[in-house]
Ligand binder design. Structure first.
Ligand code: MG
Length: 377
């Protein structure tokens, strides 16, 4: 039986991970949340982990009271999150927290030899070089949960040692597909939070609307599959049926298809290489009937170009891009800046912060902090 730690178990990916657990032969050893302690308590009583963490200190104090009649350890903060990742006895850690906060616990888990079911793309965007090197050194598997990267991973099972010549990364295009930059200027929080195909957390939904999500995924794919970012093509696919595809040197293109439902990629990361029944609705090609594909409008969605620039330059650029974006999305969600200001703020940070080619963990954390400081100033 596999021992699983779920970081961010009360979020969108976390709750869907809990939902598919019966299909996976697994025992949960750790669960974490930021502040959603009512749901965490419910999960803890059902799954009996050894330890739980509420990142927020006040929330952790309340959670401790709620779980006082159990022998579950209640932790808090980055130390607590890291302990849940690395010291809970897990074989595999599902990293479903949102943002850069996932980096240190992921590195600690890799260092402790745990496999990673990676749902926290910001980790690879900020520190892909460090994370992938650590995983190689420790012989740890990084199993992608992001639907596109899971699709690429599934297609890559056909590689049999051959290289991927190209990755075709599909994007729904979000709620503002076909809009011009001018038309997006007055977009409200509510409009940006209404994604056509996927129900997700607020941060990733805004990233989907700006298409920064696809930019972050391009960088994520570059690190996961060790591929030149110039060989990753982003294609708008409104129906979200083709979750991504790979091309081999002979020109064959292998794609993974399915209805948009995160439970399959989550489950595959936990059962790979086995495939077991999954409670997702089945795809009918005749019902889908028509699949459409478009080139992205990089003028209307400047986040794509910024991410391409960060991918090509590597070094600390991913950390700067991501830190600036997290801060700018926070400002937009708080009603303090407009929708098109998000990419503008990221561009300003990338222009203002001097480029560092080689990165240590300290450099990544410093670049992230500097980018946030600039955006929030
Ligand atoms: Mg995705």
């Amino acid at each position: 039986m596999k021992k699983i730690a779920i970081l961010g178990s009360t979020g969108s990916i976390g709750t869907q991970t809990v939902d598919i657990l019966p299909a996976v032969d697994a025992e949960v050893v750790a669960l974490t949340t930021n502040k959603r302690i009512n749901l965490l308590e419910e999960q803890a009583r059902r799954l009996h982990p050894k330890m739980v963490c509420a990142f927020d200190a006040d929330a952790a104090r309340d959670l401790k009271v709620k779980l006082a009649d159990t022998d579950i350890r209640v932790l808090t903060g980055m130390d607590g999150l890291t302990a849940c990742a690395a010291e809970s006895g897990a074989d595999i850690v599902v990293t479903a927290v949102v943002g850069m906060v996932g980096l240190l616990p992921t590195l600690a888990a890799i260092d402790a030899g745990k496999d990673i079911a990676l749902a926290n793309k910001e980790t690879l965007v900020c520190a892909g070089e460090l994370v992938m090197r650590a995983a190689r050194e420790k012989g740890v598997k990084i199993l992608p949960v992001d639907s596109e990267h899971s699709a690429i991973f599934q297609c890559a099972q056909a590689a049999q040692g051959n290289r991927l010549a190209k990755i075709i990364l599909t994007a729904s295009g979000g709620p503002f597909f076909g809009w011009t930059a001018e038309e997006m200027r007055g977009v409200t929080r509510e409009q940006a939070l209404a994604h056509p195909n996927w129900t997700m957390g607020a941060k990733i939904t805004i990233d989907s609307a700006t298409m920064m999500n696809k930019g972050l995924e391009l960088i994520e794919a570059m690190w996961l599959y060790d591929i030149d970012p110039a060989d990753i093509e982003i294609v708008i696919h409104r129906e979200s049926i083709v979750h991504s595809a790979v091309e081999f040197d002979d020109g064959a293109v292998i794609a993974q298809l399915g209805l948009p439902d995160m439970r399959l990629p989550i489950q595959y990361a936990l059962t790979w290489p086995a495939r077991v029944p999954c409670k997702v609705p089945r795809l009918s090609l005749t019902e889908a009937a028509k699949l459409t594909f478009y080139a992205p409008d990089e003028a209307a969605f400047p986040a794509l170009g910024l991410a391409r620039r960060a991918a090509a330059q590597k070094g600390d650029r991913g950390a700067v891009l991501n830190g600036a974006n997290e801060a700018a999305v926070g400002l937009f969600l708080a009603g303090q800046i407009g929708f098109t200001d998000i990419a503008a703020r990221v561009a300003q940070a990338m222009d203002a912060i001097p480029y560092q080619p080689a990165v240590t963990l300290e450099d990544v954390l410093a670049a992230d902090a500097e980018a946030r400081r600039l955006v929030l100033a």
